[in-house]
Design a protein around this ligand. Structure first.
Ligand code: B12
Ligand code: SF4
Ligand code: SF4
Length: 312
């Protein structure tokens, strides 16, 4: 019998600041592994070499003896702001504190709580985004929601403006109900139609080579002209395939203080504001990933230099 009931776990998760929790087996469904391999073999991961680590399909290699995966949901919906000629828009997840830090501190506390109650240490390993593991596949398996055609997890109550984190543990914990994997998008194709760069090449398939979010957050390079010309006004990240989603229309704004614009650099970034920032000012915010120089490229209206320095 498990030492913990699901209610114990959920109470603790909510106390630490998460909005929902699901529990499932620490293994990735075969269909997700197949979809992942296909995505990599077609080069849809662009320059994201870290995505090639097959390890992300095998949680038991991250934590030997892992039996259970606990998935946590943070709801972060922010006000939708208009594009402006004066400044670029920052995607809503990135306006406050860096969620990696927020989650890391909650995960530490959650793991300590589990260890104290189980009377054992070394029984859990936390993850949020950067650890190689297919988080959305585990979240779907834990019954937290469904894959949307925009490839994001549509949480059954909060929609897609949700961030994931979780932990693997050697403990046996009570699993939450398996949601039917059946998609909830029906005939809707709003995200595919609205994507300015046609990065959603077919339902449930994103080509990162074309995705604004990849170029404005992850890439180490200036924006390719073909992408920059289609950017409607983002300085960092992109929310278009979420803004149009019917599952996000009637949800309220998030009340999480740490993820709110007042805890970070806010909803807009202008060239003038950027020039006043020092590299350290980005610390603790998601914008640190792109750095001052990268953000300058994001806001630049000039074509990037040619790779050979312009020589014929
Ligand atoms: C790499 C990555 C990116 C890349 C590539 C995105 C992608 N779709 O893979 C880029 C840089 C573009 C990106 C952008 C964003 N990201 Co990102 N990203 C990741 C990361 C690190 C890995 C994702 C991954 O595993 N991709 C591999 C491919 C194969 O997965 P996939 O495209 O989802 O394919 C699956 C489904 O489509 C499904 N599938 C395939 N065919 C079919 C058919 C049917 C019928 C069904 C039902 C399912 C299905 O199977 C596949 C395998 O599970 C995760 C964190 C993590 N460790 O998991 C965050 C993560 C997915 N990102 C996140 C966020 C918030 C974003 C942005 C919203 C940020 C922004 N505002 O700019 C955008 C959204 C863009 C988008 N529409 O996805 C969140 C998403 C939370 C959620 N609710 O889903 C995550 C989980 C981070 C986190 N810890 O919260 N991201
Ligand atoms: S994040 Fe933006 S560019 Fe990327 S798939 Fe969604 S709408 Fe398209
Ligand atoms: S916009 Fe429509 S197709 Fe896209 S994820 Fe939302 S419901 Fe699904």
């Amino acid at each position: 019998m498990s030492l913990f009931t699901f209610d114990d776990l959920k109470k603790q998760a909510l106390l630490l600041g998460w909005d929902d929790v699901g529990v499932t087996a620490a293994c990735i469904p075969e269909e997700d592994i197949a979809a992942y391999r296909d995505w990599i073999s077609q080069g849809h991961h662009a320059q994201l070499a870290y995505m090639e680590k097959e390890l992300r399909c095998y949680p038991e290699q991250l934590l030997p003896g892992a039996k259970t995966a606990v998935l946590f949901v943070s709801y972060y919906k922010q006000e939708r702001v208009p594009f402006s000629p004066e400044a670029g828009v920052v995607a809503s997840y990135a306006r406050g504190r860096d969620y990696h830090n927020v989650h890391r501190s909650r995960l530490k506390k959650m793991i300590r709580w589990l260890e104290e109650r189980a009377g054992e240490t070394g029984i859990a390993k936390g993850f949020s985004d950067s650890t190689p593991i297919l988080e959305k596949a585990l979240a779907v398996q834990a019954g937290l929601g469904w894959f949307g055609k925009n490839t994001l997890l549509i949480h059954r109550r909060f929609g897609t403006f949700t961030l994931l984190s979780g932990l693997l543990t050697t403990l046996e914990l009570p699993f939450t109900t398996l949601a039917a994997r059946l998609p909830r998008c029906g005939t809707c194709t709003r995200c595919l139609d609205a994507c300015p760069t046609q990065a959603l090449i077919s339902p449930y398939q994103l080509d990162a080579n074309r995705c604004l979010s990849n170029h404005l957050i992850e890439s180490k390079e200036p924006l390719p002209a073909s992408i920059r010309d289609k950017n409607p006004g983002y300085a960092f990240g992109c929310d278009i395939c979420q803004d149009v989603c019917p599952h996000n229309q009637r949800t309220p704004l998030s009340l999480c203080e740490e993820l709110s614009p007042s805890s970070g650099l806010g909803a807009y970034l202008s060239v003038e504001k950027l020039e006043t920032l020092l590299p350290d000012d980005l610390n603790g915010t998601p914008l640190k990933r792109r750095g001052i120089e990268g953000l300058r490229h994001n806001l630049s209206e000039e074509a990037p230099p040619l790779p050979n320095g312009g020589r014929a």
